[in-house]
Design a protein. Structure first.
Length: 572
């Protein structure tokens, strides 16, 4: 019997547009998988010919979620090129902003993007609120939003949506799928936290905006330092940050952590979440300055899942392959010399489990995402990679936190190399960031007592050529921006983002990326309702590029727009 094609387009509850196609055999086991980003915009081209001092402000428009990550990367890539060293205060503020971003981003991801892959909302409507309230104490000493009265109110609130047929974010899901493992009471606890997280994420955004001016798309970074001088020197603003931080950290400790413990208990024997790491190479960057001598996370990579050896990253070994990406090119290129010239070839007619449809041609080009490789190897990046690399490096903070979680749940270290482990790793990374952000804050408080500098002056020599890059961590993993400056203008700009590493297509050597590899071998309960695929892919927290191509729900092209990104009227 020939393999059958399953197409999920678009993958929802992510940033941007992603299409996943898998081939399943007669037992509904995935034999092949293809990851295709179907939309493109081309920010890298828009940056060409611009003033390098504007790189961060324009690059942050790459994303609508982790805007700060690209803002910071653009600013620091230019600083690296020009040899500019920002003052210590500026570095600490940038770290505080990054810590605030992670605390916001990861909470939103689990509860509002990934959570419904684990939580059956319909099941929660049949739960006993009193029983659920008592159960919550199994996972946290002081659980949040789990009083019997609160849970009853949540139940009635969601039931009201159901009765009116206005499910909103809970519509069009695969409720009742056999791979959901929570009891009705566990579902109700998680559903209550879903709603509570809507309040907490607002406070986290306010926390970020204290030094960032607004969230998303902050405005307080410049090449050479930061501009939020009055906020840094204001006791009131500093106190506001600390108070909001306490609220968000409290939710992470008493709800997010507890819910992931609950997930590991309920899903510990669910086969569809015990795979999902087909690529065993993991890479991570430096992140989070705590003081003058210590970062929370260190860079490196591990190969073949071997935690006994960590390698240092040689960034000149990073290349991007476009063999199966909709760009022109005949060989892999190092980002300093990267080319972003579109070459769209479209889809072909095919058969799927839902009937005839447009499908990708896997033998040709099929995605707007390039295929990054490190020394010709695919790499997974993200919270799991960050924890694995730092665990293997002997990072005491990471080893202690991971060890405590494994002991609490009874899981072996090997359980981290799974979809379940990837989801747990994001929570543990959030816990580590929230526990240690106060160290960065206190370092800033101590330093401003004697030093109020926030900016380093610099000049750009129009007669010199500069190259520089930023490499570090963003919420979804290792991020790098690469800039070449000539005649005091940006001559070339390339961004190798975390989802490029994870979602990239097959390369010229036939090596597939983490998304595709994670799905091979996955068994589907019902190919027409592929919840298992969504759960695996969402565990990476996909963040696809925005662009100019529009598709309808059936994959039929509605319209196509072409613009000249170098025209004076081009916008981000």
């Amino acid at each position: 019997m020939a393999n059958r094609r399953v197409v999920i387009d678009p993958i929802t509850r992510i940033e941007g547009h992603l299409r996943i196609e898998v081939e399943v055999d007669e037992n509904n086991v995935v034999q092949k998988a293809y990851s295709s980003s179907t939309l493109w915009r081309g920010i890298e081209l828009i940056l060409k010919g611009r003033d390098p001092r504007d790189a961060g402000l324009m690059a942050q428009r790459i994303c609508g979620v982790c805007t700060y990550s690209h803002y910071k990367a653009g600013v620091e890539a230019v600083e690296n090129a020009l040899g500019v060293e920002p003052p210590y205060n500026a570095k600490l503020v940038r770290s505080l902003l990054n810590e605030s971003l992670y605390m916001h981003d990861h909470v939103v991801h689990f509860y509002h993007l990934h959570g419904l892959d684990w939580v059956d909302v319909v099941s929660a409507l049949s739960a006993n609120p009193k029983k659920a309230s008592q159960l919550a104490f199994k996972y946290a000493d002081l659980p949040i939003a789990t009083g019997a009265d609160e849970l009853t109110a949540v139940q009635q609130r969601v039931k009201g949506f159901v009765d009116k047929g206005q499910l909103g974010p809970f519509a069009n899901a695969y409720w009742g799928n056999k791979t959901y493992k929570f009891s009705p009471e566990q579902n109700l606890i998680a559903l209550s936290h879903y709603l509570k997280a809507l309040e907490v994420q607002r406070i986290a955004a306010q926390m970020f905006a204290i030094f960032g001016a607004k969230h998303p798309h902050p405005q307080s970074l410049v090449v050479g330092g930061v501009t939020c001088v009055r906020d840094i020197l204001s006791p009131t603003r500093l106190s506001q940050w600390r108070e909001k931080y306490k609220i968000v950290k409290d939710f992470i400790d008493r709800a997010y952590y507890a819910d992931i413990v609950m997930v590991t208990e309920a899903f510990g024997t669910e086969e569809s979440v015990l795979g999902g790491t087909g690529v065993k190479n993991f890479m991570a960057g430096d992140a989070f300055m705590l003081n003058r001598t210590e970062n929370l996370f260190q860079s490196g990579y591990i190969k073949d899942g071997d935690l006994s050896k960590v390698y240092d990253i040689d960034d000149m070994k990073i290349e991007e392959d476009v063999t199966h990406a909709w760009y022109k090119g005949t060989k892999p290129l190092q980002p300093y010399d990267g080319v972003t010239e579109p070459d769209y070839t479209g889809f072909v007619d095919g058969d799927t489990v839902n009937g005839a449809a447009k499908i990708i041609d896997e033998n040709k080009k099929y995605s707007w995402v390039k295929a990054p490789r490190y020394d010709n190897e695919a790499m997974e990046v993200g919270p799991l990679a960050c924890l694995l690399v730092n665990y293997a490096r002997g990072n005491k903070k990471v080893q202690t936190e991971v060890g405590a979680f494994l002991k609490r749940t009874g899981l072996p270290v090997g359980a981290l190399f799974t979809t379940l482990g990837r989801t747990a790793a994001r929570m543990l990374q959030t816990k580590l960031v929230s526990d240690n952000a106060i160290i960065t804050f206190n370092s800033l408080i101590e330093n401003i007592k004697n030093d109020d500098s926030t900016y380093t002056k610099f000049e750009i020599d129009p007669n010199k050529e500069y190259t520089g890059r930023f490499m570090g961590e963003a919420p979804r993993g290792t991020l790098s921006h690469w800039v070449r400056i000539k005649n005091a203008l940006i001559e070339n700009y390339q961004a190798v983002v975390p989802t490029t590493w994870n979602a990239g297509p097959m390369d010229a050597n036939g090596i597939i990326g983490p998304y595709e590899a994670s799905l091979v071998g996955l068994k589907l309960e019902d190919p027409t309702k592929p919840l298992e695929v969504l759960r695996v892919i969402h565990s990476f927290d996909p963040c696809m590029s925005c662009s100019v191509h529009v598709m309808d729900m059936k994959g039929v092209e509605l319209s196509e727009f072409k613009i000249n990104p170098m025209s004076s009227g081009a916008t981000c």
